[in-house]
Write a protein that binds this ligand. Sequence first.
Ligand code: DGJ
Length: 743
Amino acid sequence: MSILFYETTKTFHLCNQEISYIMTVLPNGHMGQLYFGKRVSQREDYSYLYETASRPMTSYVFEGDRSLSLEHVRQEYGVYGTTDFRRPAIEILQPNGSRICDFRYKGHEIMKGKPGLAGLPATYTEKDEEAETLRILLEDTLTGVTLELLYTIFAGGGILARSAKITNKGEESVHLTTAMSMCMDLPDCNYEWLQFSGAWARERHLKVRKLEQGIQAVDSRRGNSSHEHNPFIVLKRPETNERQGEAIGFSLIYSGNFLAQAEVDTHDTTRVLMGIHPMGFDWKLEEGESFQTPEAVMVYSERGLNGMSQTFHRLYQKRLARGYWRDRARPILNNNWEATYFDFTEDRLVEIAAKAKECGVELFVLDDGWFGERNNDHAGLGDWVANPKRLSGGITGLAERIEELGMKFGLWFEPEMVNKDSDLYRKHPDWILSTPGRSASQGRNQYVLDFARKEVVDCIYEMMEKILGEAKISYIKWDMNRSITECYSAAFPPERQGEIFHRYILGVYDLYERLNTHFPQILFESCASGGGRFDPGILYYAPQGWASDDSDAVERLKIQYGTSFGYPISSIGSHVSVTPNHQVFRNTPLHTRANVAYFGTFGYELDLNKLTEEEQEKVKAQIAFMKEHREVLQFGTFYRLKSPFEGNITCWMTVSEDKTEAVVGWYRTLSHVNMPYTRVRLEGLDPELCYENKETKEIFFGDELMNIGLVTSDGMCGQMEENTGGYGDFDSRLYVFQAVRKD
Ligand code: DGJ
């Protein structure tokens, strides 16, 4: 990996074994983008990539010279209104009312490793040799505002991390109204756009469409990254599939309002912008103040979508997630939410936990309802003190009882929220986000605490710290159950109200950071009504997230498949729940529920006492299986093989790093009669190794399984007596392969 600068042509070339990223200083001093893609040879002069041919109906930068129009030129951080008419990466409202800026190259610095971003989650290095960082300094001389563009290239993988820092070195305050994390101008538009969208309980469904002239975008204006869209998009060539072809993934390490968009212009150039949503954003920069954008990560792959996802998985697993749990297989848990909802007593919880322990579960999690007057979802949020009517010995007492069973204990919080029926609200009614003179909308009967204010975050921290300090708590589920409305903080002046959405999320990060630091061994699982804040920003603090409130195995195929494009399997919270399922009322077999949940953190969202003895025996076997294989399931190299968005069969697999173990998950949504012969070509195995199917003891070479395929046809024929083992609808199978010597 290296970052080269050619003084004569003012050209930068960032490259590693896989990618090249090339840019240059344009004649007007702006930064121009020349190339991003598969690694190319070094040369001093790439100016042929900078196209100067003049075109009709264009404005030009220099008088009497038709060679430079920003409309034609691909840029690194586009500005609007000085011959470029595309959406800009930056916009600054100045004291004279103008928004025109002119950032010119002043200098640069190349450093080893990667600096952190103050107060923000970001990828990191552990050793300097892992990455190099380029900081380019630009200045708008009229206002004195400087712009620093930060680029980090990692030694391995087609990864480039970007962010920007804006500093007001002028003498008057200015308002930053747009500050994107990245701007990437690609030379053509022959791409398909992939987004991961849906709704509550239907998160991260894959949607694909062709790029077209005009703007296509996904965003959130809800204060969280949202169930509706995810801060992650992919551009792939039309011929690219999971196995081969070019794809570029764009991911934003941020949990608040975001915008990810592609604008195809009249000459088929594609501008990708990603960052904090400019709508409503207005950050006042006094003299000497700076604003740091969140980080965006771009991953280029020529090994198809699986190759791109695997790069994201490794990066986010190893160099975004942090701490004690980063590299550890995750405990198998039993959460009481779908088992009891608000209707529990301490003894009932212990009864659930005891059966879970008997089956092999390692962690019991007490969900909502343990604090204040929280008997339903109308009261109690904000009062983080155990309800003695439910828990006579408090959280400490319950945690002790769980620990005595030989299990770890985990607890639910929703730190950012308050009910009006709570002591906290009665004491501090002005601590909620609400606009003066307007009514405050509620969501699930709750209001959003003003996390832009330090004293609010401090107060919640103290309550949580007290409980976590007193009781033996090994895990926290951090929930967030509504979007933000009437976003206005009583503690900030009118001209700073456009900062509140971002300040809010900085407050959330601050609370996470303090808790992570003070309680480094607690495992955090993020949650926002399921998958409403499943984003890379939160992964920095919580290495796993409850992927969706929809726990139905069939629904989960799409949710987990979609999630896997940008997020590692170890981050996907997935549990077995009861049938009929509580969200879609579907009956799926127990083995299929587990076969889906294995590809995630794994756990149970039910009362195991309510299962038959036969089912409990099956659960014991499932848990034993997970314990044996969770390393490869959670941390192996993951491949999507057959998409639930394209057909009745879903298939995926994971392979251990040394390629000696593989687990394949195969799922058939609906059963049909007299079905065709089928095979699935596996991936990632060693072609020369022999693999034993652990169940059937059949042995195959890796190259057979990858080139000929795994035969998945079964005996589902026409008559009952001809059925050789098929299950019916919602069937699934796991194939476990172990490398063996063939004598
Ligand atoms: C929403 C979460 O997604 C559920 O798992 C559960 O924790 C409830 N909130 C509790 O109110």
